[in-house]
Design a protein around this ligand. Structure first.
Ligand SMILES: NC(=O)c1ccc[n+]([C@@H]2O[C@H](COP(=O)([O-])OP(=O)(O)OC[C@H]3O[C@@H](n4cnc5c(N)ncnc54)[C@H](O)[C@@H]3O)[C@@H](O)[C@H]2O)c1
Length: 338
């Protein structure tokens, strides 16, 4: 299939290009320019694309024209302002990008002839957080206590409404957890913050060490999107799906930081950051049983493997390893796992 990925210059987008190509798909992308040092650039992923379009998804006309011109078989919509802390500083940008940008994409997708599948990627943070220990299920109420989470919950509700009121290609919403993996350059995310500090032999300053997250390797998350893509193209899988890790991966930030430090080796250290920080959810877990039962998807990497693959990637890159080779090798290794 020819798959259009929005947000292809970002962290998940870069890995998704490699995974889709490895699975035999053609890929095009729509996004803003990559951040400095992004995996998209260092792994030379532009050469893997049929169309590489840079535009702002808040521009409805340009987005629609590009979608029609690219004429994909399927669309995976990931372009977003994805950072909680930035959303506090820039709530309008966050809502305009995540909500109106999604509306623009839904309208544009409707103008693509013969579209076979549409996936809107939201997040585990769309659920109304009641600090429950059990993972959230797809039917649980949505909410959002910060501008990012609320904007993604709005995009999620908007998409489900749209699929019902303006039926077109088989369509679904995909929600996934805290994703880790090599090559993430986003600020204020745990693994990039730890890896940068370890490489510079600084003590990493960590917020909310006791917060629990469903840690998941980026390839496990993206493999869920790809399974859903196949299901939709085959006329199945409409609805909303969680693609979270198993319960062994619901771990505190401190546990991740300790494991990463021991894997990195001597000199790696972290400490809790002092001061007050904007609210972030304390306990957050996903139940992905429906995706396993009905789509046949399940995570392939344990919590320890996910952190190990991530630290291995950053350490090898810090020692001069080629980002493209490192990422392609992990995609191959991932696909070889049963
Ligand atoms: N990384 C995670 O842990 C995580 C967890 C849950 C959900 N998500 C979701 O996955 C998606 C990808 O996240 P990521 O981690 O790769 O983020 P990222 O910041 O690395 O990438 C974001 C991408 O969106 C594009 N983008 C941002 N604003 C845009 C705009 N106005 N117009 C066009 N493109 C725009 C960027 O250019 C980039 O390609 C997002 O929808 C995010 O909400 C991420």
């Amino acid at each position: 299939m020819h798959v259009l990925v929005t947000g292809h210059t970002g962290f998940k987008g870069a890995w998704l290009i490699l995974l889709l190509r490895a699975l035999g798909h053609e890929v095009s992308g729509i996004a803003l320019d990559p951040e400095p040092g992004a995996l998209f650039t260092t792994a030379h992923l532009q050469a893997d694309l049929k169309h590489d379009v840079r535009l702002d998804i808040r521009d409805a006309v340009a987005l629609r024209e590009s979608c029609e011109r690219i004429a994909p078989d399927a669309i995976m919509h990931m372009a977003a302002q994805p950072l909680v802390r930035r959303s506090y500083a820039e709530p309008r940008l966050t809502v305009e990008t995540n909500v109106m940008g999604t509306l623009n994409l839904l309208e544009a997708a409707g103008a693509v002839a013969n579209l076979r599948a549409l996936i809107v990627i939201t997040t585990d943070k769309v659920y109304r957080n009641v600090n429950q220990v059990a993972g959230y299920r797809e039917q649980d109420p949505l909410g959002g206590d910060d501008p990012y989470s609320a904007s993604k919950a709005m995009a999620d509700l908007l998409s489900t409404m749209w699929f019902r009121c303006y039926p077109g290609a088989p369509a679904a919403v995909a929600r996934a957890g805290n994703v880790i993996g090599g090559g993430d350059v986003c600020q204020d995310r745990l693994l990039p913050d730890l890896m940068q500090a370890f490489a510079a032999q600084r003590v990493a300053a960590i917020r909310y060490p006791q917060a629990v997250r469903p840690w998941q390797h980026v390839l496990d998350c993206l493999s869920g999107y790809c399974v859903l893509l196949d299901a939709l193209a085959g006329g199945r899988g409409m609805g909303s799906w969680n693609f979270g890790p198993d319960e062994g991966s619901f771990q505190t930030v401190a546990t991740v930081a300790d494991l990463a430090a021991s894997l990195w080796g001597p000199g790696a250290a972290w400490a809790a950051e002092s001061g007050t920080h904007p609210h972030e959810a304390n306990l957050l877990a996903l139940d992905a049983a429906a995706a396993t039962r009905e789509l046949g998807w399940q995570p392939r990497l344990s919590f320890e493997q996910a952190v190990t693959w991530t630290v291995d990637w950053y350490r090898a890159a810090a020692q001069g390893g080629d980002p493209r080779t490192l990422a392609s090798d992990q995609v191959r290794a991932y696909l070889a796992l049963s």
